[in-house]
Design a protein around this ligand. Sequence first.
Ligand code: BGC
Length: 565
Amino acid sequence: MEDGDGVASARMALLDNGSLEMVKVVYCMVSDINLEGLDTVKTGSCRRFFGGRRLWRRRIVENEDIKKSQFPDGFLFGTATSAYQIEGAYLEDGKSLNNWDVSIIFKVDDADIADDHYHRYLEDIEIMHSLGVNAYRFSISWARVLPRGRFGEVNPNGVLFYNNIIDNLLLKGIVPFVTIHHHDFPQELEDRYGSWLSPLMQEDFVHLAKTCFKSFGDRVKYWTTINEPNLFSEMAYIMGKYPPARCSAPFGNCSVGNSDSEPLIAMHNMLLGHAKATKLYREQFQAKQGGFMGMVASAFMYEPLTDNELDREAANRALAFHVAWNLDPLVFGDYPPEMRHYHGSELPRFTPEEAKYIKGSIDFIGINHYSTLYAKDCIHSSCIEGGDRAIRGFAYLTGERDGVPIGEPTGIPRFFVVPRGMEEIVEYVKKRYCNMPMYVTENGYAPPKQEAVQVQDQLHDVKRIEFHKAYLASLARAIRNGANVRRYFAWTLMDNYEWVRGYSLKFGLHYIDRQTLKRIPKLSATWFQNFLTNSSFNNEQVVNTSSFTGKNVLISGLEDKKTEI
Ligand code: BGC
C-alpha cells in the first residue's frame, strides 16, 4: 500500500457520496511500521470520522473454493489457544490459584486438568507442525509466572514451561505470537485491591509484561498485551458472568457491581496497563529485541435491524461502543467521540500525559471475529435487556429479524454464521484506523449443543470446514479490496475449557477424549492441513452437506444506498 492510502480512500468516499454526514473529524499519526518487510504502513495523518453513515451494500456470496494462494505472500496461518483453557496443572510447580480457579459462579466444569497441555505441550506442538501452520497464538498464565503478582517472586518453573514451548515452536518453524494476558490473573490481585477496577492492576500488568519481555523477548517478536478488554469488561462487569462476576440490573442479578460504570473503569485500567507496557517495551526492549506490540479486540459486526436511518445509526453506535471503545484510544489517544457524546462523567478521561503515550501504542490491531448481530435504535424507541442504556450505546442487539436468524445459529446464542461479517468488520477497522496492519487473531465455529452426539459425528465436522472456508473467502475479498491483513488464527487447535460453558462447547480442530485426553484430528484438521499445503481436499463430502455458503443473507432494501464512514 502507498503513503496516504487510507486518507485518499476516505476522500473518495466523500466525493462519491454527497449525502455523507460527517460530524467530526479527528487526526492521528500512524508511524512507519515494517514487519519482516511485509507490513508497510504509510506515515501520515489518519482521519477518524464520526457520525457518518456506514456502507451497506448488496453482496452475492459465491460458493468460492478458497485457496491459500489467494492470500498475499508472507501471510501467516496459525491456530490459537489460551493458557487457562488448555493447560490444566492448576496447582503444579508453583502456580497459584487464579480468578477462574476460585470462581464458582456460572461454572459448569473446572479447568484443573483442562487439556493437560502443561504435560503434553510437545505432542501439541507436533500436532501443529503436522497441520502445517507457521504461527501459533497462545497466552501466558499470569499465576504460573508470577503467582503473587508484584508481591512475590518470579516462578522459575513457569518461565521454564513457556521457554520450552517457545523453543520447540521455533525448532518446528512455527512463529510464536504471545498474548500476555487472556482473562486469567492471580486471585491475590482481586483480593488485595479488586483487580481491574483499581489502577494498581496497571502496575501489576506492567510487571508481568516486563517479566515476559525479559524472559522470552529474545525469541518472541509478536506480543499482544491483553486479549479482548472489551469482551472481558462486558462479561465480568456488565453481565457478571466472568469472575469477579459483578453487575447490576437490568443486566444481571449480582450481589455487587455497577454495570453502567464499572466496565468503563476496568477498560480504562486495561488500556493504560497496555499503554504503559508498550512504552516500557519501546523504551527498554524494542531496539534490541525488535518485536511488535498489539492488542486484541473482540470484533462483532453490527448491521441495522431495519432499513431505517435510526437503526443505521444504532449499528454505527454499536460498533463504536464495542470495537472502537477498545481501539480508538490506542490509535487516537481518546475514546470514540460517539461515547463521549452519550456518556456523562462516568467515561474516564486520559490525562494529557496518558493520552500522549496511549496514542499510537500499537503496531498492529488484532481482531477476534466470530459473528454479526442486528442493532436496533433505543434512543427513539423503547428497548429491553439494557439496550436503552448508555453502556450499550442505546442499541439493542439481536440475532433475529422477524424471527429469522441473521445466519445459522451455533453453540453460543449470539454467535451466528455470517461470513460477510468478516469482510465488513475488516473494512470497518481498515477505514477507521488508516489500514494499519491487522491480524485476525481468532475465528472459529462451535456447533449447537446436542444431547448424546456420537464421537464419530463430532469428528465429521463438515460445518466447521464450511465455516472456515466461507469466512476465509470473505477475508480474502477484504484483502483484495486493500485491507492490510497479515495473519489468520483459527480458534482453536483442540476442544478446550470454554469458560462458563466448560467442555460442552467445542471449537477445536481436534477432539479431546475427556477420559484419556487423547487428541484426535477432526475432518476440519485434515481440511486445514490440505488448505495449508495447497493440496486438494475431497470437497464432495463438504459441498453435499454444505449449509453456509450461498446462503449469505442479503440485507434487502439497503443494497443501493451506499454510504461510507
Ligand atoms: C475468547 C476465547 C473464547 C472464544 C470462544 C473469544 O472471545 O478470546 O477465549 O474461547 O471467544 O468463545
